[in-house]
Every structure is written in structure tokens, then in C-alpha cells.
Design a protein around this ligand. Structure first.
Ligand code: SF4
Length: 414
């Protein structure tokens, strides 16, 4: 590998990290350096983010330790057979960069991942050393997210959790067949085994901290994972089903969906075109329905086209579900359960909470609901209010064009 200075390495290794979408920093423990103790904080403005040209959100110090790898996953630009320029940071260089970026107020934390060099254990040791040095040598109190390597010794992964706020292990592809075909060196059993170990450690230390304040923290922001969308033949129903299983089995904080990006000199087994970014967006909306709107995975899957298993791109999955199950509507805003109100397109969790609170005192009219939503036109066909009953509209077969968002030509110079 040619000798590169830190700036050149940063250019290569920050660019190589942009394909990982799982960089949000929510949900960690509060730490500050108020009072002159330590450096960094997980509060205040949070991690700074940048946006890649395709609209994906990326945190500023989001880097790989190295983009060399002994594995050959077809979808990955850093795979062994890829003809990219390689670079590698030492653990000390990453520590110095994090601190100097922090002191310049460029970042609030570190998202560190890596290709696998020499062995899974060796690579994991390097990642742990970065986090250890930041925390122990420099008393760094900012956010640290480490990608962990499923094949690494569980003791190393455990050490990572003692220093990092969040750990993540990428499940990569939603189906076992897809993983075998596109990442033959990875094994779903080892990936899920490592996720199970993380779940146990997170729960055990959370229990211990309830009893003993001095018990060590372990990944207080939990664990997350990422699935690549559109690199294999998995349908949206497959992806939603897999995500639901992962939330259920491993208590994940987040599943991230990353639309597969065609890479330079891509493997011939990959599709030539990337999936529409809207597909990624629709999957995030379905995820939201399961996490905050109490939809069962089977309900979200039912919003998909029965023949193709794909969610519609032109309307959101909640609206798609409501149009498919029109017999569940209209619901009476003055009598319906929270569960039924949450299924009304256009009503969010906060709006439903307000409806439930205010109807204790008086019967709600359409105007009252309109004040709680962005678009009453979207809500109207699906509700009954004191002065509103949409009988005709709810029965019309052409309801979809009425409630679907209108396509608009964007202005060039807006
Ligand atoms: S192990 Fe990770 S870095 Fe290496 S080729 Fe596979 S996805 Fe890329």
C-alpha cells in the first residue's frame, strides 16, 4: 500500500464509509463535559450530519479504519477483488482525528466501521482500541458508534460495548439465499448469534444498573443493523418480515434500509440499476408503522401488491393499507379506539393523542380534526365526525386518485 498522509487517507476512508446508512445517534445516555471534566458531549446539537449527493444523511466523522478487506461481498466497493485505492488508519490516527475534529466543532461523535484485515479478531481489536483510547486516555464523552464484526471473539465485542454508545452488526441482506449468493463468506447463524449476544449483554447491564448505579454501561444506545435493498430479489414483504423478526428477537433500536448503489466495476451478479430511492423511503415508512403505529408486520405486508410483494411507490404504505381495507373505514373520531384512529391516513400519533384527549370534553367536528392534521383532504374520506359523514366518497372505486398526492413538476429555480 502506497504511503499516504492523513488527509489522503481521510478522503478515501470517509468516501468508503458513505455506503453505510446506519449513522443516527439517537437514544444514548447523557454525558457532558460541563464543569471542565473530559471532552465532548452527547447532548446539545448532537452529531453533525452531511448529505451525500443522493440525499442520504451521513455524519461528518464517519470513517472506515481501513477499506482493505479479506472478504469478497459482491455488493461492496471495498471487497477483496475491487480495484479501489486502499488506505488504512492506525487506531492512534483515528483518535487524533476525532479529537481534532471535535475541538474544531466539526463533529459531536464518531461512527467507525472497517473492512476486515488479517482476521476478524485483529480488526475488532483495532476498533476497540480506538474507543478505549478515546474514553480512557482522553476522557472523550461524545457519541461513539462502532460497527462490530460478527466473527470476532465475543469478549472483544463485549469490550466494544463498554466503550461505545451504540453497536451495530449488519445483517446485510433480508434472505438467507441472498446472503449466500452475494456474501458467501458471511453466515447468517454467526451474524444472528452475535446479535443475540449483544442483546443479552445490553439487557444484563441495564438490569444491573437498576440495582447498582456503579455497574458499567454497555451500549446504552442499543444495537442496530442495516439491510441492503435492491441488490437481490427480495421483495418489500420479505424485507418487512425480516425487519419485524429482528426487532422482535434482538430488541434492535433501528433497522436501516440502504438502497443498493451500483458501484464502479460492479460484480456481474448485481443488478445494473439501483432501486428507486423512493423504495427505501417507503420501507422506512413501513418501519415507522410497526414501531409507532402498532401495525403488525403482516398488516404492513398486506399493503404490498399481492402479486409482486412490493409496496406502491406513489402512495405511502399507510394509505395503501387503508385503500386495500376500505371496509375498516370510515372510523368515528368521537368513538373509535386508538388502534383504529392510528390507521387513518393523515392522522399521526400526536393527532390521535389530541383527539382522544379532547373528545372527553366535547364531540369533535371536522374543523377540529383539520386543525390537527396537515391535509384534511387526505383524512376526510376515512373518518366520521359530528358534522361529517363521507359515505359516497368512501365507497367510490376511484378513491385512490382523490387521496393520492398529486404529481408536480418541480421548479428549476425555486
Ligand atoms: S466484509 Fe464488509 S467490508 Fe468486507 S467486503 Fe464484506 S461488506 Fe465489504
Amino acid at each position: 500500500m502506497a504511503q499516504l498522509d492523513v488527509r489522503e487517507k481521510l478522503g478515501i476512508l470517509a468516501d468508503a464509509a458513505k455506503y453505510d446508512a446506519s449513522c443516527a445517534s439517537s437514544g444514548t445516555a447523557k454525558r457532558t463535559s460541563v464543569g471542565g471534566k473530559g471532552i465532548g458531549s452527547t447532548e446539545g446539537m448532537g452529531i453533525c450530519h452531511a448529505y451525500a449527493p443522493d440525499g442520504r444523511c451521513i455524519s461528518l466523522l464517519k470513517i472506515l479504519l481501513t477499506n482493505s478487506c479479506i472478504f469478497d461481498c459482491h455488493y461492496c466497493i471495498n471487497r477483496k477483488s475491487s480495484n479501489v485505492r486502499r488506505a488504512r488508519f492506525t487506531a492512534e490516527e483515528v483518535v487524533k482525528l476525532t479529537l481534532s475534529f471535535y475541538r474544531r466543532n466539526y463533529i459531536e461523535g464518531l461512527f467507525l466501521s472497517s473492512g476486515i484485515i488479517r482476521s476478524s479478531n485483529y480488526t475488532m481489536e483495532q476498533l476497540v482500541e480506538v474507543a478505549r483510547s478515546l474514553r480512557e486516555d482522553h476522557d472523550f464523552r461524545g457519541y461513539i458508534h462502532l460497527k462490530t464484526i460478527p466473527d470476532a471473539d465475543p469478549e472483544l465485542v463485549h469490550q466494544a460495548g463498554l466503550y461505545a454508545d451504540r453497536l451495530s452488526i449488519n445483517v446485510e441482506l433480508p434472505t438467507v439465499g441472498g446472503l449466500k449468493r452475494l456474501a458467501p463468506e458471511k453466515d447468517i447463524g454467526r451474524i444472528e448469534g452475535a446479535m443475540g449476544d449483544l442483546k443479552s449483554s445490553i439487557e444484563d447491564t441495564a438490569d444491573a444498573r437498576k440495582k447498582y448505579k456503579a455497574a458499567p454501561r454497555f451500549a446504552p444506545a442499543g444495537q442496530s443493523t442495516q439491510m441492503i435493498v435492491g441488490a437481490d430479489a427480495a421483495t418489500d414483504s420479505d424485507i418487512v418480515g425480516k425487519a419485524a423478526t429482528l426487532y422482535d428477537r434482538f430488541r434492535l433500536r433501528r433497522v436501516y434500509y440502504s438502497a443498493f448503489s451500483p458501484i464502479p466495476e460492479a460484480s456481474s451478479v448485481l443488478p445494473l440499476q439501483r432501486p428507486p430511492l423512493m423504495r427505501e423511503h417507503r420501507l422506512y415508512q413501513s418501519d415507522w408503522l410497526m414501531r409507532f403505529y402498532d401495525y403488525q408486520p403482516a398488516e404492513v405486508a398486506a399493503a404490498a401488491d399481492t402479486a409482486t410483494g412490493m409496496l406502491p411507490l406513489d402512495i405511502d404504505p399507510k394509505l395503501a393499507w387503508a385503500l386495500k381495507f376500505r371496509e375498516r373505514f370510515p372510523v368515528d373520531v368521537n368513538r373509535a379506539t386508538r388502534e383504529d384512529l392510528l390507521r387513518v391516513p393523515g392522522l399521526g400519533v400526536k393527532a390521535v393523542k389530541s383527539i382522544l384527549a379532547s373528545r372527553k370534553w366535547r364531540r369533535l367536528r371536522l374543523d377540529d380534526v383539520a386543525r390537527l392534521t396537515v391535509s384534511v383532504a387526505k383524512v376526510r374520506p376515512f373518518i366520521v365526525a359530528e358534522d361529517w359523514r363521507p359515505t359516497l366518497l368512501a365507497d367510490r372505486a376511484e378513491l385512490r386518485p382523490v387521496v393520492a398526492p398529486k404529481r408536480e413538476q418541480m421548479e428549476l429555480f425555486a
